[in-house]
Design a protein around this ligand. Structure first.
Ligand code: PEP
Ligand code: MG
Length: 328
């Protein structure tokens, strides 16, 4: 079956009724292996910069970061690379930065950490901007955003980064382009701020792993409650549907980069909701592509409407399985 998925890796991800779906890569560790694994993808939908920070024994310098980001951006150029700023905290810890919290997932995570350490954050932003000079395929994504003022503060720091680079780079500064800026939708509050995001950012990306965790109040790393962690829970599906509807209404480009997109069953529902861009781990791309190429959006929408009316994840899974069987 694996070979069967592989056989179409070079083909476009277009549904039977002709809709193109962008399939992007979740990456963060080793560009070369990720590239070979992924075969054909439309770019990188989530570059987890923290993966590399976690392998180090100290905070990387700005120039180390620049070299590393440049390698990523050139490898995928001209396809877009969405780089997420440092997302530590929760389950992601740095051996060289001790944090002791009672509730790490509700604590000092993602953008909260970066904004409390503007000196480190500025280094990262400047490294990204320099790495993007003359290339222009970088987009910057902010993790764990819950408040509008966080984005405003990031914009202020980005502006500061430009000013500092203008001084430092003088002659070459003209090459520095302004990347698009986006927020992750992974905390329930961010869904209700979509009208604000539409005015303040260029795009958004749903993190279905954390969104599931926070909507259902289930620690994503706790095996005791692992069965309760289910992105097919009707509340999660309805939230994802609402995001797609609102983003379309506000004309805010959106995609999804959590594990749900890597599961063909999830990808079917997401495409039916209106997600035209899905980002996933390299090993799932061919499988998701293979399935989407065999279905019509109209049929997926019928399935979605039935799923949205179910009251449990078990019923949703059953519906999708029946659908897949009846569509061969
Ligand atoms: C997510 O939360 O869904 C996500 C993509 O980010 P991470 O898994 O790195 O927290
Ligand atoms: Mg997350």
């Amino acid at each position: 079956l694996h070979d069967q998925f592989e056989s179409e890796y070079e083909l476009d991800t277009t549904t039977l009724d002709g809709k193109h779906i962008q399939l992007l890569l979740n990456a963060g560790l080793e560009v070369s292996t990720e590239l070979t694994n992924a075969h054909f993808c439309d770019g990188v939908g989530l570059y987890r910069t923290e993966a590399w920070f976690m392998q180090k024994s100290r905070f990387p310098t700005q120039s180390e970061q620049e070299t590393w980001y440049r390698e990523v951006l050139t490898s995928y150029h001209p396809s877009p690379v969405i780089m997420r700023t440092l997302d530590i905290g929760g389950d992601k810890v740095l051996s060289y930065f001790d944090v002791d919290e009672e509730n790490p997932f509700l604590g000092w995570r993602g953008i909260r950490f970066s904004l409390d350490h503007p000196e480190l954050f500025l280094e990262q932003l400047k490294a990204m901007l320099k790495a993007n000079a003359g290339l222009g395929n970088l987009k910057i994504l902010l993790p764990m955003v819950t408040n509008v003022n966080e984005v405003e503060e990031v914009k202020r720091l980005l502006q500061q980064a430009y000013f500092e680079l203008e001084d430092e780079w003088a002659d070459q500064f003209y090459q520095i382009e302004r990347p698009e800026l986006g927020v992750m939708l992974e905390v329930p509050s961010s869904i209700f701020l979509l009208p604000e995001w539409a005015k303040k950012v260029d795009f958004c990306s749903v993190g279905s792993n954390d969104l599931t965790q926070y909507l259902l109040a289930v620690d994503r790393t706790n095996s005791q409650v692992a069965e309760l962690f289910d992105s097919y829970h009707p509340a999660v599906l309805r939230a994802l549907h609402q995001i797609a509807t609102s983003c379309n209404e506000y004309e805010l480009p959106f995609s999804l980069c959590g594990e749900l997109a890597a599961d063909p069953e999830g990808a079917i529902l997401l495409v039916a909701m209106g997600y035209k861009s899905l980002s996933m781990n390299p090993s799932s791309i061919n499988k998701v592509k293979w399935v989407l190429r065999r279905l019509k959006i109209a049929d997926m929408k019928i399935l979605l409407n039935m799923c949205l009316q179910q009251s449990s994840a078990i019923e949703v899974h059953r519906m999708i399985r029946n659908f897949i069987i009846s569509h061969g």
